[in-house]
Ligand binder design. Structure first.
Ligand code: AN7
Length: 419
């Protein structure tokens, strides 16, 4: 497969053998560019669908050169769940949730890590590193363990959800918490990686996005049609960049004849990309002290903002920011109306959709896919905090009945013979 690294700003081109993360000429972001004309007529939905449903179903579109080095946990192939009751709540005709919590470590990051950690092995790295709000850390730790690589993680102390921290330490990563936020952690790990020759696995690494783009392939593959909109949360903005790249590749390969519009959602306390997009400005202003209950997207200076703005503009997309209250309400609705457990950041996609419908920015007759990026169990403390607390009573039937008096009488009406 013909592959090159190309700067998104100055167009400079570099060979895939170089271990670089940004343009050597101007410092801007890099795209992995695949020569898709060689694949015309070779790949088709039928070719893909004859294979197992995971990230590697789309092997021809994944720029890995040595199959024997692939590090996989059978990631991807996640459910696309039709959510009729939630659709009604959000105010759209048709709504699907792409449930990324079903990935091996419970988030969409696994799609990127299977490719990213494989690249680390191809390059001959001995250690990998990332800064993280939690999910990247959990995923990298697991894939590094499977690959036999050392994992180094820098995270914002006290701001990473318990489930994610549990994964990172259990998989044997070296974890350092800084007295600072994600943006500071990312700046530190970028220097650390450069100085010590440690392979960097944040989403500034363009190979990781190659794995993450498969969510675009899967949504079309599963739905069998092109949705009007795909909504997702934005943090460091790797996922929206990857999603858009995947969609453009499908278009170039004539596997779709038009692209969906993207909806990028951020939390009000961390919304630099939404603000820039809505203002129509070309000047990016980072948020100094980002804050939100959705700690996964508590990011004020997203490294991939230029790719995110490009994705939103090219797709004729929409952007919205949502409050913590709106995020929590959406999380509860997804859980109670549909039985899907997602973490707060993931619920932001649904909260943003509902808000856009209310504002009249989005046609209620639309077919929408919301990508729910991470599992409820990632942040169990938040889930307990915002939910009705369990009742504690004596171990006696009448005590339990008294506690349940309302619900027991309703259940009785439904099941007891009515004689
Ligand atoms: C559940 O783990 O940035 O816009 O360090 O965990 O691609 O950054 C996590 C991000 C959305 C945002 N949903 O994705 C990290 C990290 C969940 C997330 C995002 C994240 P990007």
């Amino acid at each position: 497969m013909k592959v090159e690294l190309k700067c998104i700003s100055c167009g400079a081109v570099f060979p895939p053998s170089m271990v670089i993360y940004t343009c050597l000429k101007c410092g801007s972001l890099l795209d992995v560019v695949l020569k898709l004309d060689e694949l015309q007529g070779i790949v088709s939905w039928n070719v893909f669908r004859a294979r197992r449903f995971n990230v590697w179903r789309y092997r021809e579109l994944l720029p890995v050169f040595d199959d024997s080095k692939i590090v996989s946990l059978d990631e991807g192939g996640t459910p696309l769940v039709k959510c009729d009751r939630l659709a009604k709540w959000a105010g759209v005709r048709s709504l699907y949730i792409k449930f990324e919590g079903a990935n091996p470590t419970g988030s969409f990051k696994d799609r990127g890590m299977t490719v990213g950690v494989t690249k680390a092995l191809e390059y001959g790295a001995r250690a990998v590193a990332c800064a993280s709000t939690g999910n990247t850390a959990a995923s990298m730790a697991a894939y590094a363990a499977r690959a036999g690589l050392k994992a180094i993680i820098i995270l914002p102390w006290g701001k990473v959800a318990l489930g994610k921290l549990a994964q990172a330490v259990m998989h044997g990563a070296e974890v350092v918490g800084i007295e600072g936020n994600f943006d500071q952690a990312l700046a530190i790990v970028r220097s650390l990686s450069e100085k010590h020759g440690i392979y960097l696995l944040n989403s500034v690494n363009p190979w990781r996005l190659e794995g993450q783009k498969t969510v675009a392939y899967e949504i079309i593959d599963q739905l069998g049609e092109i949705p009007d909109f795909i909504a997702l949360p934005m943090g460091n903005c790797g996922n929206i960049s990857a999603l858009w790249k995947g969609l453009r590749e499908l278009l170039e390969l004539s596997l779709i004849d038009h692209t969906p519009r993207l909806i990028g959602v951020q939390a009000t306390g961390a919304s630099p990309v939404v603000d820039m997009f809505k203002s129509g400005s070309n000047i990016f202003k980072p948020v100094e002290n980002p804050e939100t209950v959705a700690t996964a997207i508590r990011i004020g200076n997203p490294v991939n903002w230029p790719k995110a703005i490009r994705a939103l503009r090219e797709s004729n997309g929409l952007a919205e920011k949502v409050t913590d209250e709106e995020i929590i309400e959406a999380q509860q609705m997804i859980a109670c109306l549909e039985g899907l457990g997602v973490e707060p950041a993931s619920a932001a996609s649904v909260a943003g959709l509902k808000k856009l419908v209310e504002e009249g920015a989005l046609d209620a007759d639309s077919v929408v896919v919301c990508i729910c990026t991470g599992h409820l169990l990632k942040d169990p403390e938040q889930a307990v905090r915002v939910s009705r607390q369990p009742l504690k009573v004596k171990a006696e039937l009448d005590e339990v009945e008294r506690a349940l008096s309302y619900i027991v009488s309703t259940a009785q009406a439904a099941l007891l013979p009515s004689s």
